[in-house]
Design a protein around this ligand. Structure first.
Ligand code: GDP
Length: 518
């Protein structure tokens, strides 16, 4: 409720006014500007070189170069721009009135319309996206988020936060089924990023006696549940009864696993799943064993062998239409068809579910890292808008008002998702047979010990000069040169989330390189 008043009373900064103040004040130099939107640029501490998107003169003391045709916006010192922005932000804080009563909100909305108060809009988001040359995340703003941005200011923050919560609470139930001994439990463990002998791992190499599905929650995403279903080897197997017994409605998709040829029971089960309109895929496990067994033969060709196994499986499964078959080794998800399986699931699962799936996967290759990073990038706009639009609590010592708890949470998700925790590195160290201390030492960013509140506050207090560059560009592109209420916070959080994501991705690349996985 405070938000609406806050936004209504936000002092809108007009460009001519800002320019006037800026040109009157002393120009200053700027160093230490990073561009978090551009990975290539990321590692360099650019000093004086403007980012491709900036329209600012970065170092005013340097010899003036001829104006490039791209440089059509006014030159403004970032430091002065910041000062101006801070004055505007402070005005807001001093003007922020008492919490409004419920009945006043409707009236305020009306006034808002009449006064045409400028709030964060789709246009602002588009301009900020193009100013940061980050096409990837402007495209990621789905129609749902567009709708939220277009909604009235009083509703916007709540809607954004609810959308974040909704994504966090998405459940994904994955069923792993097949014959006993096919490698179901080992595949469950691999998907959870665990070794077969970890204390929380599904027991492997045992003879099943129970008809009950075993549920294994994902280590850091408890809403992602992987189910180890009972074996289907019995000669009296009845697929319909089996599906009823395991409560088939629970699962988003089924993986039918075998380590040999697919048999009659696999086919019967697939047909029954198809009838129940659920998704199913065939997984041929232990492919590393096949390769090992054949590799001593003369004329051994791994690609040919994989093709032969695939065709052999296909021939067996023609009764269920065009089967989707993936050859995997649970001991090395980075090889063979595991990535293809994920790509197929990405195409076939609903948006929210696929997001949960990708977020939950262990990082076993550079490709897996890139995919996961792309998904986190898609989340940045939602987080930045939720943290910045209409946020009222100023951070002690900072003039910027934003919900930094949202930032911390995002960074914690990325840290866990990139497998940077000590626990994840311990598993990796065993898997790749490298000392865990060596892998831990590969984390060199500020996030090396996790994403803490102190890191977020520190980030918020430092990069303001760099963000001012982007804001200046945005302002000069907006009609009337005015920044919307909350615009500084949204742009700053957007910038910092990209920066943190890139830093953690770099740590992960170093870990993969030390593990000889990249
Ligand atoms: P389940 O009975 O279907 O759950 O099968 P398990 O996961 O218990 O696996 C049976 C045996 O196969 C265990 O000794 C596993 O270590 C082994 N195994 C499972 N998956 C693989 C794999 O991808 N490659 C290799 N080489 N062995 C595997």
């Amino acid at each position: 409720m405070i938000q609406s008043n806050y936004m209504l009373q936000w002092t809108v900064l007009k460009l001519p006014e800002a320019e006037q103040r800026i040109h009157n004040s002393q120009q200053s130099t700027m160093t230490d500007v990073k561009n978090p939107y551009n990975e290539d640029d990321h590692s360099s501490q650019s000093s004086g070189s403007s980012s491709t998107t900036s329209t600012f003169s970065v170092d005013e003391t340097k010899e003036k170069k001829p104006q490039s045709p791209r440089n059509k916006y006014p030159k403004i010192s970032p430091r002065n721009m910041l000062r101006t922005l801070e004055i505007a932000e402070k005005n807001v804080q001093t003007k922020c009135p008492e919490e409004p009563k419920e009945k006043d909100i409707k009236k305020e909305e009306e006034e808002d319309k009449n006064k045409n108060v400028y709030v964060v809009s789709r246009e602002f988001v588009e301009i900020l996206s193009s100013a940061t040359a980050d096409k990837e995340d402007s495209e990621s703003l789905g129609s749902e988020i567009d709708e939220i941005i277009d909604s009235p200011p009083v509703e916007k923050t709540n809607k954004l936060k609810n959308k974040l919560k909704e994504l966090e609470n998405v459940t994904l139930n994955i069923a792993i089924t097949g014959m006993t001994g096919a490698g179901k439990s080992s595949f469950v463990n691999a998907l959870r990023g665990l070794l077969n002998d970890d204390k929380d791992a599904a027991p492997t190499g045992t003879t099943e006696t129970t008809m009950k599905p075993n549920m294994y929650p994902h280590p850091f995403m408890p809403n992602v549940k992987i189910w180890d279903l009972p074996g289907i080897g019995s000669p009296r197997f009845k697929a319909k009864k089996y599906l009823k017994d395991v409560n088939f409605h629970t699962y988003d998709f089924f993986l039918i696993v075998t380590s040999e040829r697919f048999k009659e029971n696999d086919i019967e089960l697939a047909r029954a799943i198809k009838k129940s309109k659920k998704l199913f895929y065939f997984v041929r496990t232990k492919i590393d064993n096949d390769i090992h067994a054949e590799s001593n033969k003369r004329n051994f060709d791994e690609r040919m062998l994989l093709e032969t196994v695939r065709e052999d499986c296909k021939a067996n499964l023609l009764k269920v239409g065009i089967p989707k078959i993936f050859l995997v080794s649970s001991f090395n998800l980075g090889k063979y068809d595991f990535q293809k399986l994920i790509n197929t699931l990405e195409d076939e699962l609903p948006e929210n579910k696929k997001f949960a799936l990708i977020q939950s996967l262990p990082i076993y290759s550079l490709k897996a890292l890139t995919k996961k990073k792309t998904y986190y990038k898609k989340m940045i706009w939602l987080n930045a808008l939720a943290a910045g639009v209409g946020a009222i609590a100023p951070i002690p010592g900072l003039s910027l008002a934003c919900d930094y708890g949202i930032m911390k949470k995002f960074f914690q998700q990325v840290f866990a998702g990139f497998g940077l925790s000590n626990q994840a590195l311990e598993v990796l160290s065993e898997r790749v047979n490298k000392p865990v201390e060596q892998l831990k030492a590969a984390r060199t960013s500020r996030f090396k010990d996790g994403a803490t509140e102190d890191i977020v506050i520190d980030m918020l207090s430092k990069p303001k000069i760099a963000i001012a560059k982007t804001l200046g560009t945005v302002m000069s592109m907006l009609p009337g040169g005015a920044l919307p209420a909350g615009g500084t916070a949204v742009a700053t959080v957007h910038y910092l989330l990209n920066m943190g994501l890139n830093e953690m991705a770099e740590d992960t690349k170093r870990v993969l390189s030390e593990s000889q996985l990249a």
